[in-house]
Design a protein. Structure first.
Length: 369
């Protein structure tokens, strides 16, 4: 929708492939100047394969990775990396200069596109939708009805974001979070306004990381709300009803005082199990069983909300935190993961306050959709 108008505006990252293409091009320009992939990987603390995946467009860099790589380039007085990813208005300036040359209006829209709005947020919506309504009403309309996220960056570094709870487009929220983690490092103050139950709720995050978590939760909330509209079956059952012998044995061992992870390892079930770390509201994959058929190289060591399949990511995030707060849970699911239908049962156990281990019994795996 945001691309249909002929108005004068800049658009960056209308889809994942477009962002990956720019990220690869930006890295290639710099790796041709004496910096090697291994040197960059060592500088940012990742495996060299991760850099190669970014370089060749196989994996999208998340906000943490973008910020870390950008810091390496800035240390060598290269301030152009962010601008090549998000547009020149998002590029930081050298030390001692203003964070931004003038007030900057951005829209994060459906599909994760980032748009500059040089004539203001409302006028951008008016041009994009080709309507004649009063501009003052249109920015709120886009937030509450289209799921767009509004961002205003003052020249002194103050940032204001506005979105609607359960409406914000998940990819828009993810892109806004990633932009904030990278370009937002120059923010002097951040305010987030959330449209909830017919009124604006104003939040004052304690820094960039706190603000990024708020945007991450916005993406999760909308994704979970949209799961109900999909042809998915997510059924919570009593752990008493587990029939698969392996899972039933683990549950019995845990009830007798065994640690879930040790019980799963003892029954040789790690190939169909996963391990997650919890830090506040963040959930990170530590292990994914090789027979589960998931791209472990892209998932392990990363926040589950960074996965491209937003609905499945939100579901995992919710169920892992649920196990921490409620104890062992048992679900039977018939859903789509990365374009493939999967029917399975999964039990989740808290392993202390900061770990959750899940074990899965696959019932059926469909063909690629």
């Amino acid at each position: 929708m945001g691309n249909s108008s002929g108005s004068k505006r800049n658009t960056f990252g209308t889809d994942r492939d477009g962002f990956r293409e720019r990220q690869g091009a930006a890295l290639r320009r710099r790796l041709n100047t004496g910096l090697t992939g291994k040197m960059l990987a060592k500088s940012v603390g990742v495996h060299p394969d991760s850099v190669m995946n970014w370089l060749h467009g196989r994996v999208t860099m998340d906000g943490v990775a973008v910020a870390a790589v950008n810091a390496v380039f800035m240390a060598h007085e290269d301030y152009a990396f962010l601008g090549e990813l998000y547009g020149q208005a998002a590029a930081p300036r050298p030390r001692g200069s203003a964070p931004f040359p003038a007030d900057l209006c951005l829209w994060f829209t459906d599909g994760g596109a980032v748009h500059e709005a040089p004539t203001g947020h409302a006028r951008f919506v008016q041009d994009a939708l080709k309507v004649s309504a009063e501009p003052d009403d249109l920015a709120s309309y886009a937030i509450r009805n289209l799921g767009w996220i509004e961002c205003l960056v003052r020249s002194d570094g103050r940032i204001r974001l506005r979105y609607a709870l359960l409406v914000a487009d998940p990819k828009a929220a993810t892109r806004a979070r990633d932009w904030l983690l990278s370009a937002g490092q120059y923010a002097t103050d951040i305010e987030i306004a959330v449209w909830r139950d017919g009124e604006w709720e104003h939040l004052s995050p304690a820094g960039i990381l706190d603000a990024s978590r708020i945007l991450g939760r916005a993406s999760v909330a909308t994704s979970l709300d949209r799961i109900a509209e999909r042809d998915w079956t997510v059924e919570r059952l009593s752990v008493e009803g587990i029939q698969f012998p392996g899972l039933a044995t683990v549950v019995g061992s845990v009830r007798q005082g065994a640690e879930p992870l040790k019980a799963i390892v003892g029954l040789s079930l790690m190939d169909t199990s996963s391990l997650f770390a919890i830090d506040g509201g963040d959930v990170t994959s530590l292990w994914i069983g090789p027979t589960l058929g998931l791209p472990t190289k892209d998932f392990v060591g990363r926040n589950v909300l960074d996965r491209s399949d937003r609905n499945y990511a939100a579901l995992i995030h919710c169920h892992v935190l649920q196990a921490v707060s409620e104890g062992p849970t048992f679900y039977r699911l018939n859903i789509e993961i990365s374009g493939r239908k999967r029917h399975y049962e999964r039990v989740a156990f808290p392993q202390g306050p900061n770990l959750v281990v899940t074990s899965t019994h696959l019932l059926e795996t469909g063909a690629q959709v």
